[in-house]
Design a protein around this ligand. Structure first.
Ligand SMILES: NC(=O)c1ccc[n+]([C@@H]2O[C@H](COP(=O)([O-])OP(=O)(O)OC[C@H]3O[C@@H](n4cnc5c(N)ncnc54)[C@H](OP(=O)(O)O)[C@@H]3O)[C@@H](O)[C@H]2O)c1
Length: 337
């Protein structure tokens, strides 16, 4: 229960039954992106209505817009965006944990819920947490989906622990830069791949070793086998997934995060023998994890890097940037009133 005194949020309440939102109008290029008036999200059960102040941009949005990702299950126009930070404007009931005026962050299970790149989101209490005090709005809005993914991969799936040797592909990206920090925080020896311009920064975040994937074969550079590979690339680039099997110790585990990026993974892992294990990963948007992550940020044990901030009307430029595949950390939309 939140016992803070009620705050006046009247200036943040919706003025009608519609809101401004970024939508994909169909499947295609960035010409399918439009800022439109859309119906307010439906608030039912223990949903909380939040005025969004910032919403991070993730590759799933560009994939869905272009026809993969969640494209098979979305109706158009489709409000984009999976993560946000904002202010509660309507609580589900008087004694609920989240009350008007609370600063929160969360993740939405789209397309079951309407996306976050809009003035308002309706979000289940269980997918919400209080925003870390140490982060400003754009930084906080850029965290939840990417950091939850890193948490599910490193903590829940890989069971990170002291001394564990972990290779994280694409350590400089949205998910990767959180994965590197979480793995290091929980005591792993962290090896990661990135282009040279990101090496010093990744070492500052805690990487023990950074391999320049453009100039070195990582399987040749790694001389001691690793226990776990967190694969944020798959076989879409230079057979990164397949090549990773050779750096795993016997009985080691590979976790493939970009769903569909390596369709033959299980067959290849079985054929390799040596007791290797493999899993894809799908994350669950749990507020309990966001609470722990908020604590790590406020303690100074986790940082977010915001590469660029966009307005909703700059969505085409933001999508093009994500599709180039070389974002450092995160991109984010600023939706403050
Ligand atoms: N299953 C799930 O629930 C789930 C959840 C979240 C994300 N994902 C997927 O996971 C993937 C990663 O997401 P993200 O948000 O971290 O992406 P991102 O931020 O767009 O990743 C960009 C990073 O990838 C690096 N990179 C590009 N090619 C590389 C290569 N061949 N080797 C090593 N690094 C490379 C770039 O580093 P350089 O600039 O140094 O090259 C850049 O920093 C995406 O495919 C995303 O859709 C899945």
């Amino acid at each position: 229960m939140n016992d803070s005194t009620a705050k006046d949020v009247s200036s943040l309440l919706p003025t009608g039954d519609r809101m401004r939102a970024l939508v994909a109008t169909g499947i295609g290029g960035t010409e399918c992106l439009e800022v439109r008036e859309m119906p307010l999200p439906i608030v039912v059960h223990s949903d909380v209505l939040v005025r969004v102040f910032a919403s991070g941009i993730n590759p799933i949005e560009t994939k869905t817009r272009a026809g993969s990702g969640m494209a098979a299950v979305v109706d158009h126009p489709f409000v984009l965006g999976g993560e946000f930070a904002g202010v509660v404007v309507k609580a589900p009931f008087e004694l609920a944990e989240f009350q008007p005026g609370d600063e929160v962050w969360g993740m939405l299970l789209t397309p079951h819920y309407q996306g976050a790149q809009a003035e308002y989101v309706s979000v289940p209490m269980m997918s919400l947490a209080h925003k870390p005090r140490s982060l400003d709005w754009t930084a906080a809005g850029a965290v939840p989906l990417a950091a939850l993914t890193a948490w599910w991969a490193v903590v829940e799936a890989a069971r990170v622990h002291s001394g564990q040797r972990m290779l994280i592909h694409a350590g400089a990206g949205g998910v990767g830069h959180f994965a590197v920090q979480l793995a290091k925080f929980y005591g792993a020896h962290v090896v990661t791949t990135a282009s040279a311009r990101n090496h010093e920064w990744l070492r500052e975040l805690g990487a023990d070793r950074v391999i320049d994937y453009r100039n070195e074969r990582f399987e040749e550079a790694i001389d001691e086998p690793v226990d776990v590979v967190i694969d944020l690339i798959g076989n879409v680039h230079d057979n990164t997934g397949t090549r990773s099997l050779s750096v795993l110790r016997n009985g080691g585990l590979i976790i493939n995060v970009p769903t569909g990026s390596w369709p033959t993974m299980h067959e290849e892992v079985a054929a390799a023998g040596r007791g290797l294990r493999a899993s894809v990963l799908k994350l669950s948007p749990e507020g309990r994890i966001l609470r722990t992550l908020a604590q790590l940020f406020d303690q100074g044990d986790l940082r977010v890097h915001v590469d660029a901030v966009f307005g909703l009307d700059e969505a085409a430029a933001a999508h093009e940037r994500i599709e180039q595949g070389h974002t450092r950390g995160k991109l984010v939309f600023d939706l403050r009133p």
